[in-house]
Write a protein that binds this ligand. Structure first.
Ligand code: SF4
Length: 344
């Protein structure tokens, strides 16, 4: 039986090249794509404009292009504590890259047994990303995941310590690469030579946790709801709509288009809903901690009025519902300067 490698693949250019190198060396290869719930392309695929083509999951596309099986593993629930309490802290935003890699490598360890793989590989490049791809971080990640020596990084292997697959001769080290740094020149040249097409943006642009606006919204939840109370629904809702923190105990989400309005409809349960059925308008949800007072509901209705096509200058009937209660609140659109103060 031949040697089998299990790849942690995103479907970006680097993991595509790493996979191609191992296939060309005659190894049996399968891929794993971890779905953390924070992938930008997964979300934007669902919210794409109707006239734009649907992009496939990039890791599946890699599998189809290179002729290997790729398995999608949903880790979104177990991943939340990595985001809320990372041992090694955050990068520039709320990206816990070192803990994220440790979490995924540990999962890979279990999957290697299941898939009968002797080692794992990634498309990582030494020095490409500031938090998790420098030498010390790579060593920490390997040590904490219990995978010392069993992680091959074909794109940078020649500038890293030899791994078990190289020492044992399962992989010819001389055929691996020595790429270092953020430049993508070598990868782009190889993609051309090897006729690799359709790869998306480099990894990293694909993670909401590196996005400053998403991070601000997530931080707002940490501050007002508490890290320990973060749930998957919160992380999903942070990706859609305009968000406003109007008071310590009140947050508002306003749909920006029909797709987001429809999306927000699925999350009405437990939230206060404001709609203007007589005019094109946004779907507005409010999360209120504790009891909602009349004045607060009036303010929220005025936000709904602002995001509607109802004639300005006269009160508009905003339909409000929460639990079993339903009524109409007359409201004028809220002033822009107040909205901007609340925007997250
Ligand atoms: S950018 Fe996101 S997915 Fe990538 S290592 Fe960092 S936290 Fe993990």
């Amino acid at each position: 039986m031949g040697v089998k490698a299990l790849g942690m693949v995103s479907g970006g250019l680097d993991s595509t090249l790493a996979t191609k190198i191992l296939l060309d060396l005659g190894l049996e290869v399968e891929g794993i794509y971890f779905s953390t719930g924070f992938c930008v392309t997964e979300h934007t695929r669902n919210f794409k404009a109707d006239d734009k083509p649907i992009r496939p999951n990039e890791a599946l596309r890699l599998g189809a292009d290179l002729g290997i099986s790729v398995h999608i593993v949903d880790v979104s629930k177990d991943y939340l504590p990595v985001v809320t309490n990372p041992k090694y802290g955050y990068g520039a935003n709320l990206n816990p890259c070192i803990d994220c890699r440790i979490f995924m490598f540990k999962r890979m360890k279990g999957l290697m047994d299941r898939f009968g793989a002797q080692f794992m590989y990634t498309g990582e490049v030494l020095g490409q990303r500031p938090m998790s791809q420098h030498r010390e971080a790579m060593k920490t990640i390997e040590r904490d995941s219990g995978l010392g020596g069993l992680v091959l990084r074909p794109l940078s292997a020649q500038v890293l310590d030899p791994t078990i697959p190289e020492v044992k001769g399962w992989v010819d080290r001389s055929k691996l690469l020595d790429i270092v740094g953020r430049s993508r020149k070598t990868q782009t040249r190889l993609a051309g030579e090897w006729k690799i097409e359709n790869t998306p943006q480099p990894a990293g642009g694909c993670c909401y946790l590196t996005d400053p606006q998403y991070a601000a919204r997530l931080r707002d939840i940490f501050d007002h709801k508490g890290k320990e109370n973060l749930n998957q629904e919160d992380t999903l809702l942070l990706k859609a709509g305009r968000h406003f923190r109007v008071a310590n105990h009140i947050k508002v989400i306003v749909g920006r288009n029909e797709k987001e309005n429809n999306f927000l409809k699925y999350y009405e349960k437990g939230r206060h809903v404001f709609l203007i059925p007589d005019f094109p308008s946004a779907h507005v949800l409010a999360e209120i901690e504790g009891e909602a007072h009349g004045e607060e509901l009036g303010l929220l209705a005025s936000i709904a009025a602002r995001y509607s096509d109802a004639p300005k200058g006269a009160p508009v009937g905003v339909h409000y519902r929460y639990g079993g209660e339903e009524r109409v609140i007359e409201a004028l659109p809220v002033e822009e300067n107040r909205l901007e103060r609340w925007r997250i």
